[in-house]
Design a protein around this ligand. Structure first.
Ligand code: COA
Length: 337
């Protein structure tokens, strides 16, 4: 059951820069209707998604991550050598090992960084933020690069209309540093939870040690995403509502104090259910899923970068990030921007 990870003794961290990258190739709902039995109307009305981006065969998850990272580093004004921690949140790593973070380190020539991946599905970027917060607060490192990056197109069954319409590729990144101004700036509170009793409802069942892909089972496409959509939906709403409540409570904030909520970008109906719970107006929910679909760990990271660069969030604004994903996992953070 949920583990509360907010430690009031931790000093805060601030987001010094954000960046994102999505591949050029656009796959529209109409394009998908040529592949599986679906329609633009069904996908839009059930999910809000209009199109998604698809990486090229030559692009691995680390390539998407590297581009997002470069943009975040440029905005933060940090060099590769200043980065002492790289965490990549992903469920579509380049390889089982080494970690995708190590490939990013190589690409950036960030030779002073400690690098590892986090597997927490769509909650991964917020898990990475919490982990980096601990490292920075304890002076284990000064400058962390956290990245959510996915090439989900490589693990989608393009014959399964239940799942293939939902997902897309992309990456988002943030450079985190210790907040030096006052206790009001930076990450105000964080919360994470997991429920391992629900591992079956959103899973890639094959390809790992439990079920290696063999010539005999290759036809079953066990190395692609399998999902019980209605169950996932139900848990997502409950878990994200609870996570929002917890971070607001821990940061001593009321919903009316929040300038913007940046939710996981999976389904506009799930986002609407969270909005109703928080009782905030629609303009306070940042939504870009119509352009990218669900990019899992990348989704909140991309949305945060777009919200920042578009001016939707401004210095001093109080924002809430909230996510939910396979595992099950969920997480939230309240930040004074
Ligand atoms: N196009 C057309 N029909 C589709 C379809 C598609 N792409 N995908 C599924 N269907 C069909 C199903 O086969 C089913 O048909 P049946 O009733 O004949 O068996 C029917 O649509 C189900 O429709 P409905 O009950 O209205 O679907 P839904 O409202 O539950 O919406 C999801 C389906 C997947 C959009 C919804 O359950 C969802 O968003 N779940 C959460 C998924 C998610 O966010 N995953 C990631 C979490 S991080």
């Amino acid at each position: 059951m949920p583990k509360i990870t907010n430690n009031p003794n931790l000093c805060s961290i601030r987001v010094a820069g954000t960046g994102s990258y999505v591949p050029d190739k656009v796959l529209t709902n109409d394009d998908l209707a040529k592949i599986v039995d679906t329609s633009d109307e069904w996908i839009r009305s059930r999910t809000g998604i209009q199109e998604r981006r698809i990486a090229s065969d030559a692009q691995a998850t680390s390539d998407l991550a590297t581009e997002a990272a470069k943009r975040a580093m440029e905005q933060a004004g940090v060099t590769a050598e200043e980065i002492d921690l790289i965490i990549v949140a992903t469920i579509s790593p380049d390889t089982f090992f080494p970690s995708t973070a190590c490939y990013v380190q190589r690409n950036l020539a960030a030779k002073n960084a400690v690098c590892f991946d986090i597997s927490a599905a769509c909650s991964g970027f917020l898990y990475a933020m919490s982990v980096a917060r601990q490292f920075i607060s304890t002076h284990t490192c000064d400058t962390a690069l956290i990245i959510g990056a996915e090439k989900l197109s490589s693990m989608v069954n393009w014959e399964d209309r239940n799942t293939c319409v939902l997902f897309g590729d992309g990456a988002g990144a943030a450079v985190l540093k210790r907040a030096e101004l006052d206790g009001e700036q930076g990450v105000l509170s964080a919360y994470m939870g997991s429920d391992g009793n629900q591992t079956d409802i959103l899973v890639v069942p094959g390809g790992g040690s439990a079920c290696p892909i063999t010539p005999d089972n290759a036809e079953q496409r066990l190395n692609t995403i399998s999902m019980q959509g209605k169950e996932v939906y139900r848990y997502a709403v409950t878990a994200m509502r609870r996570a929002c409540d917890r971070v607001l409570q821990r940061a001593n904030l009321k919903p009316e104090d929040i300038s913007m909520v940046i939710p996981h970008q999976a389904n506009f109906r799930i986002i609407e259910a969270i909005r109703e719970r928080l009782d905030v107006p629609p303009e306070k929910m940042f939504i870009n899923l119509q352009k990218y679909g669900n990019t899992s760990a990348a989704a909140i990271a991309i949305a945060l970068d777009e919200a920042h660069r578009s001016g939707a969030i401004q210095r001093g604004d109080k924002i809430v990030l909230v996510a939910f994903g396979a595992g099950l996992t969920w997480a939230a953070a309240a930040i004074c921007w």
